[in-house]
Design a protein around this ligand. Structure first.
Ligand SMILES: Cc1cc2nc3c(=O)[nH]c(=O)nc-3n(C[C@H](O)[C@H](O)[C@H](O)COP(=O)(O)OP(=O)(O)OC[C@H]3O[C@@H](n4cnc5c(N)ncnc54)[C@H](O)[C@@H]3O)c2cc1C
Length: 374
């Protein structure tokens, strides 16, 4: 299979790179320090139809194909991991509603997410169940024309900002997915701050105490809800995280190459020292290998190939680990400047660790890849 980009894809890639250079890189360290994104960047992404570009235009997107979405995720990941995470989460929620909701439900919520009028959040993880999310303890009970939700969700990206929450609970013993809007009685959010990385992803813990949502907010219920709605959304997010890790690693490599040319020690640029050249070579090889795995996953996804999910798992597994190693090497190569506030590499190192935890930890990916391969 060939992974050369088409002329259009190259043009799109260059436009995404300019967007990251102009709008993300100048602010990413500040958002990291603030532990919050600016409202301006969220509005700009919505206005540019970049929050869920894979949606049809009438639903607030730009009908972007999967492979181009991968290229976008790479550039967003190079610029700011939090923005890449925001775009992934908006896509996870909007596509779940589009695919599994009724027309009325998707007409009501999806364009709001696509245009940035209302941010969405994906609420699966609970304080006591992360990797084992299938066995969450949040409950829903039918009471008249409502469903009454009780339980808690934790580590929910953009839970501080979101207005539309896709929430998973157990109803009559089977998994179910609901939309809960901010402001619903019995629903509260508590910010989580002080994270190691993805600090501007505005995480929150959510509490549902006898929270009654209209029956019309039930998106899906039944034995397959977890496999279809939750797992399908995570697969979408995983593709973004894989490509985002490539972008992060590329950002680290580019910064390291520049630094190795400019910084002189022992009378020669760092890049003249053989051990430094070894680090740069390892970074180069792993970035390129990770990118190829992402391209392969993208091509299979575009073709609806039966191996697409497995290849996406492999791409995320490899790229997130490669990203962390590249970020660690980049910090090492920058010496004290690597851990200081002026270079992006220390932010990348902290964000890279998170990529190994979200959308399935490295260990869970190992198990899933083995299950699908052996
Ligand atoms: C920045 C950030 C953003 C997040 N955003 C969201 C979000 O928007 N929505 C959401 O629902 N969740 C979100 N999460 C939660 C994330 O999905 C979970 O943290 C993740 O699924 C892991 O769950 P856990 O943290 O409970 O770890 P655990 O499941 O408790 O795992 C702890 C450790 O044990 C290992 N482990 C667990 N089970 C096994 C096993 N069977 N075999 C081998 N090793 C195992 C894991 O790999 C891990 O190393 C976010 C987390 C972070 C940090």
């Amino acid at each position: 299979m060939q992974y050369a980009l088409t002329g259009q894809q190259r043009e799109d890639q260059a436009a995404f790179a300019r967007f990251a250079d102009d709008h993300l890189l100048p602010h990413a360290n500040q958002w990291d320090r603030d532990q919050a994104l600016s409202d301006d960047i969220v509005a700009l992404l919505g206005k540019s139809r970049l929050l869920v570009p894979t949606l049809p235009t009438e639903a607030g997107g730009q009908g972007m194909d999967t492979e181009t979405y991968g290229l976008l995720s790479e550039e967003l990941g190079r610029g700011c991991g939090n923005i890449r995470n925001l775009v992934a989460v908006q896509g996870m929620v909007a596509h779940a509603l589009l695919k599994w909701g009724t027309k009325e439900q998707s007409d009501r919520w999806v364009p709001r997410i696509g245009t940035g009028e209302s941010v969405g959040a994906f609420a699966l993880t609970e304080p006591e169940t992360g990797s084992d999310a299938r066995n969450g303890s949040m409950t829903a009970e039918r009471v008249g024309e409502t469903f009454v939700l009780n339980g808690r969700k934790k580590w929910i990206s953009f839970g501080q900002r979101a207005e539309i929450f896709l929430v998973f609970a157990r109803l009559d013993g089977d998994p179910a997915a609901f939309v809960v809007e901010r402001g619903t009685e019995g629903f509260t959010t508590e910010p989580i701050s002080g994270l190691l990385g993805l600090r501007a992803s505005e995480l929150a813990e959510l509490s549902f105490d006898d929270c009654a949502v209209p029956a019309a907010n039930l998106i899906s219920h039944g034995r397959l809800t977890f496999d279809l709605v939750a797992t399908g959304s995570l697969d979408y997010g995983r593709f973004s995280t894989a490509y985002g890790s490539v972008g992060l690693a590329q950002g680290c490599l580019t910064a390291s190459l520049e630094y190795a040319r400019e910084r002189t020690q022992f009378g020669v640029p760092l890049g003249e020292h053989q051990l430094v050249r070894g680090l740069l070579t390892d970074m180069t090889a792993s970035v390129e290998a990770a990118r190829l795995l992402c391209r392969q996953a993208g091509a299979l996804r575009a073709a609806n190939h039966r191996d697409a999910i497995r290849q996406t798992l492999i791409a995320k597994y490899f790229a997130s680990r490669a990203g962390f190693q590249a970020a660690s090497d980049a910090v090492q190569l920058h010496g004290a400047n690597g851990v200081g506030p002026d270079f992006p590499v220390q932010r990348h190192l902290r964000d890279a660790k998170i990529q190994e935890i979200i959308e399935g930890t490295t260990q869970i990916q190992q198990l899933q890849i083995a299950d699908l391969t052996l």
